[in-house]
Design a protein around this ligand. Structure first.
Ligand code: 2E4
Ligand code: SF4
Length: 318
């Protein structure tokens, strides 16, 4: 047993962290679809980027696939929170499938902006990460060639648009706020006529989680972010913490914790990506307190009260 002069470890828990309104809604959509149509319900792509969530839904009767052609005839399918290219619902309609779209309403809003820019005859720049499903979905709202992906400030320098007066941009919702503002600044420098939105499309949850992790990083010796390696918003939280001067690591759950790496830390900051369930945060905290004596402090930088309705097709059982 530790004596009273044993140094106490402080855990600083970021708030807000974890599930956002779009993730809550997407998981609920799969659960309601199973309730309404009966198992199995197919889901195209991980509903959100988290193994624990996916396995929990599999146990309830969801089947996860990469593409629509893996869904058998007559079985309903849900599209993931990250959004899909226009070709996906079009193919579902052609096959007369029952489908439910769990795209986060804040991603759908970006899709509508793309449409609007296109209708004005603009070439659209997408600030985002290549290969990410949200980027594939958003760029898939228009014909190939109507959009150009921008990942870095250097990509802006290398642009040579046909008509710089007919240029606009949209962004992925889960980007680093600071890195994106550097890219936008360079875009506005190079193309003063750029039709900028009032703000980039980084969502409230991404912004709030980055502000919170920055705040705890400033007071911590190490930061642990709970989230999956393919979760863009979770990876950004690790980067934001590191850029604030605090070494950070991404873990999926407690078994990933490296106690050698945590050794010597007096304050450990903890946050979680928008797709990471709170139960995994609790698991990580318990694993740390099983080794060290200490106490928990919650560091609140914002309150959130955003909720989204489920699609009309599921309203009768919601
Ligand atoms: C849709 C949009 O986009 P990211 O990789 O961060 O997705 P993840 O599933 O980790 O988080 C939920 C989500 C879904 C975030 N934005
Ligand atoms: Fe929607 Fe933002 Fe959550 Fe993504 S992180 S699902 S855009 S609320």
């Amino acid at each position: 047993m530790a004596s009273s002069d044993t140094p106490q470890l402080r855990i600083l828990l970021a708030n807000p962290r974890g599930f956002c309104a779009g993730v809550d809604r997407a998981i609920k959509i799969v659960e309601l679809a199973i309730k309404k149509f009966g198992a199995p319900v197919y889901v195209r792509h991980e509903i959100v980027h988290n193994r624990y969530v996916v396995e929990g839904l599999e146990a309830k009767g969801a089947v996860f696939v990469d593409e629509l052609d893996e869904v058998p005839e007559g079985v309903p399918v849900v599209f993931s929170a990250h959004g899909v290219p226009k070709s996906v619902p079009a193919e579902a309609e052609r096959r007369e499938m029952i489908y439910v779209d769990a795209t986060c309403p804040l991603v759908s809003k970006v899709h509508r902006q793309v449409e609007r820019h296109k209708d004005r005859g603009n070439h659209i720049l997408m600030i985002g990460h290549e290969g990410h499903p949200e980027v594939i979905g958003t760029m898939g709202q228009v014909n190939e060639g109507s959009m150009t992906l921008i990942e870095t400030v250097e990509d802006v320098d290398n642009l040579s648009p046909e008509n710089p007066a007919k240029l606009s941009y949209v962004t992925q919702t889960t980007l680093s706020v600071d890195d994106t503002s550097d890219i936008v600044e360079r875009l506005e420098e190079r193309f003063p006529e750029l039709k900028s939105p009032k703000k980039e499309d980084i969502c409230y949850a991404t912004t709030n989680r980055q502000i919170a992790v920055k705040a705890i990083a400033k007071e911590s010796d190490r930061v642990v972010v709970i989230g999956a390696p393919n979760s863009s918003n979770s990876r950004r939280l690790v980067e934001v913490s590191e850029k604030s001067g605090c070494p950070a690591v991404l873990v999926q759950r407690a078994t990933d914790l490296d106690f050698e790496w945590l050794k010597g830390a007096k304050t450990i900051g903890i946050s979680a990506g928008a797709s990471a369930p709170e139960i995994l945060v609790e698991e990580v905290i318990s694993a740390i307190f099983a080794r060290y004596e200490g106490y928990l402090e919650i560091f609140t930088t914002a309150e959130e009260d955003v909720t989204f309705k489920v699609p009309p097709i599921l309203k009768d059982i919601a």
